[in-house]
Design a protein around this ligand. Structure first.
Ligand SMILES: *Cc1c(COP(=O)(O)O)cnc(C)c1O
Length: 249
């Protein structure tokens, strides 16, 4: 009986680990994206390991996030509040760091201030003031990136470069927020050189703020299709969805 049991266990273990390699492409994808990040850091003379990988998990189920977390990813970014609020309790045991990266409506700020560690899509003072007032006292200040409309797209959210310094100054005075840096989503379908120049504008904007006395350490730029260009120009965070979880419907 015991011998049979042991034999069964061995057999079962071998079977299930084979299942894991065959059915966890998320782990394989993460290995590949990490290699892409490392080789871009090397190619563009960045400090090895300086670029942090954020998994963009919009539209993905909690169990898919769990598979990504098993490879060591701690930071997840969500675009839609209600969707995030349903997934977060299912993953509470993992103590993940949550980034909000979607458009922010005023009536959502209380939940965002309570259930996220970072908000990367702040582009106006009114929203920042509400997040500041609504950040619960028992939590550390909410980490903030200002979203910059770098390609000057009329339809896109984001503060313009000409209004950035003023907004940064106002937000830096809100005690329950900690201004960490800048975030951008450049216009899609640009040439590599146009992307590089957008990302370079972001780096210059961050440096200019730091020259004025800010202490910003975060440049969040680079997604699945343009992460090399972003790393070339100084990204410290890349936000990757498709290359980790596959294409969204
Ligand atoms: C969806 C999204 C991403 C990830 O884009 P991929 O091309 O899937 O890697 C990154 N940043 C923001 C703000 C997004 O909305």
């Amino acid at each position: 009986m015991l011998a049979f049991q042991a034999n069964f266990d061995t057999h079962f273990t071998a079977y299930s680990s084979q299942q894991v390699t065959m059915q966890n492409p998320i782990a394989d994808n993460i290995t590949q994206i990490r290699a892409r990040i490392r080789s871009a850091e090397k190619k563009f003379d960045r400090i090895p390991g300086i670029v942090q990988l954020i998994a963009v998990s919009k539209t993905r189920a909690a169990n898919e996030l769990r598979k990504a977390a098993q490879t060591g990813i701690k930071d997840f970014a969500e675009n839609y509040l209600q969707e995030a609020l349903t997934k977060q309790p299912a993953l509470a045991d993992l103590h993940l760091t949550w980034h909000f990266i979607g458009p922010i409506q005023s009536n959502k700020t209380a939940d965002i201030a309570t259930h996220f560690d970072w908000v990367q899509s702040v582009d106006r003072l009114k929203i920042a003031r509400r997040l500041n007032e609504q950040r619960p006292q028992h939590l550390t200040p909410l980490n903030i990136c200002l979203q910059v409309n770098i390609s000057n797209e009329k339809t896109k959210s984001g503060v313009s470069l000409s209004e950035l310094d003023q907004l940064a100054l106002q937000i830096s005075q809100l005690p329950r927020l900690k201004l960490r840096g800048l975030m951008a989503i450049p216009a899609p379908d640009q040439s590599e050189s146009a992307l590089r120049s957008d990302f370079a504008e972001m780096r210059k904007a961050l440096n200019k703020l730091n020259d004025q006395g800010f202490n910003l350490d975060t440049l969040s730029m680079g997604m699945t299709n343009d992460l090399e260009c972003a790393i070339a120009e100084g990204a410290t965070m890349v936000r990757i969805g498709t290359a980790i979880f596959g294409s969204r419907d």
